[in-house]
Design a protein around this ligand. Structure first.
Ligand SMILES: [Zn+2]
Ligand SMILES: [Zn+2]
Length: 434
């Protein structure tokens, strides 16, 4: 007997079909089979009372570190997939700074196999731009692109060589893939611990100026113009980057960008307690930069919200501030942080928020089955959340193996109740299905 679930009277927020309103949604087997008023469900259909709940296309993350292979004491593909499902994600792009580095077909296949075995979220491994992330010789981008890799990046490193970046963008154009840059000039960021400004002087920590990001973005935009390749700037943190992306867009260049929930909501002054969970890369910047990121997001210059989920083992973070590795987890808090900090105060409407968290990243990765529209015949990749439910980050165990959340102890509004991957619950009634 086919599995059927109907969500009655749910607020469907679906940017891809410009829908925001109450409706019924019937899911049969792997797909959506009916959307509309008073949908007649066959006998035996499970009915979900969805009053007050929101349904959106499953969230899509352009930037997550799953740590496997190589760093299984921090996270695995399976636990990272759990964190994704718990946060309402149905597809994520896994960063290649694993050990061995994801710079060839064998490691791509390994990550895909681990993800298939977990079966909780579609994991798209990103390929490295350069061999072993060393910045000098290109990987076989064409071969990996032909095997379905959509995005290439050397994250957490920045491609310093203009020549290498030019070649990467030329390959990106030839194979129609995206080159994602972690924009950070090495010469301006040596030994950095936080954003360079008033608070780095006050706290006695070595600063990295926002201009270290800007100079790379300016160069890469020029190279995108030269080559016609698709350039993506990940985790934008500087006001100047927003201006550069705006200019590039006006000139018709093929550029896109994402920003993290932590850069949109926290800033350098939050570091006064030396909380290592707030040590991230790029660093939290000043209020002016944070406000410029918000403006860039609301105004449509920045394209997507990405988590940069960066799990670490407890002992990694329980060190002196300057010794602790940078990074915060993000998959389980992203939606609630955006709802609480941007949607609730009226900076962003819910339809736009979902577009930034799902539809746009799906389009950047060219994922046909993700990001909506939620219509009959489409795969049922969905998330259902209660926008009014409040919770405290860390009160319940994380699905991730790691606990290094920049939002630990925060009261947030908005809780994922159901996540569905091709019609199968990965989270049901707020509880994991694994
Ligand atoms: Zn990065
Ligand atoms: Zn990263």
């Amino acid at each position: 007997m086919p599995e059927r679930t109907i969500f009655r009277g749910i607020r469907l927020v679906d940017p891809a079909s410009c829908h925001d309103g109450l409706t019924d949604v019937l899911v049969e087997d792997e797909g959506v089979s009916a959307v509309g008023d008073a949908v007649v469900a066959p006998a035996g259909t499970e009915v979900v009372d969805a009053g007050g709940l929101v349904m959106a296309p499953g969230l899509v993350d352009l930037h997550a570190h799953l740590r496997e292979p190589g760093f299984e004491h921090k996270e695995t593909v399976e636990t990272g997939s759990r964190a994704a499902a718990a946060g309402g994600y149905t597809a994520i792009c896994a960063m290649p700074n694993t050990e061995p580095v994801t710079d060839n077909l064998a490691v791509i296949a390994e990550v895909r196999n681990l993800a298939d075995k977990a079966g909780l979220c579609d994991v798209h491994p990103a390929g490295a731009i350069t061999r072993n992330l060393e910045g000098s010789s290109l990987t076989d981008i064409g071969e990996m692109a032909q095997a379905g890799v959509r995005l290439f990046t050397d994250d957490h490193r920045c491609v310093q060589s203009s020549r290498v970046m030019r070649l990467a963008l030329e390959y990106a154009k030839a194979f129609d893939v995206v080159i994602a840059q972690h924009a950070q000039d090495d010469g301006l960021t040596e030994g950095w611990q936080m954003h360079e400004g008033y608070y780095s002087a006050l706290l006695g920590l070595t600063g990295a100026p926002a201009e270290a990001e800007e100079v790379i973005v300016a160069r890469d935009v020029a190279l995108a113009r030269l080559t016609g390749g698709r350039l993506h700037i990940t985790h934008v943190s500087a006001a100047g980057t927003v201006d550069l992306m705006q200019q590039a867009r006006e000139r018709g260049l093929r550029v896109s960008s994402d920003v993290t929930p932590h850069h949109l909501t926290l800033c350098d002054q939050d570091l006064v307690h030396y909380d290592t969970n707030l040590r991230v890369n790029p660093p939290l910047r000043s209020e002016e930069h944070r406000d410029a990121l918000r403006k860039g997001l609301v105004g449509g210059t920045l394209d997507a919200i990405a988590t940069d989920h960066a799990p670490h083992a407890l002992e990694d973070k329980e060190q002196e501030f300057d010794q602790a590795p940078p990074g915060t987890t993000g998959l389980e808090t992203a939606l609630a942080v955006i709802l609480t900090e941007l949607v609730e105060p009226g900076l962003l409407d819910l339809l736009r928020a979902i577009e930034l968290l799902s539809s746009r990243p799906a389009r950047i990765l060219r994922l046909e089955e993700q990001g909506g529209p939620i219509l009959p015949g489409r795969a049922a990749n969905l998330t259902v959340f209660d926008p009014d439910a409040e919770w405290t980050v860390g009160e319940r165990p994380f699905a991730s193996m790691a606990v290094n959340s920049a939002f630990g102890g925060r009261r947030l509004k908005g809780r994922v109740l159901h996540t569905m991957l091709r019609g199968r619950f990965t989270v049901r009634d707020g509880e994991p299905v694994w």
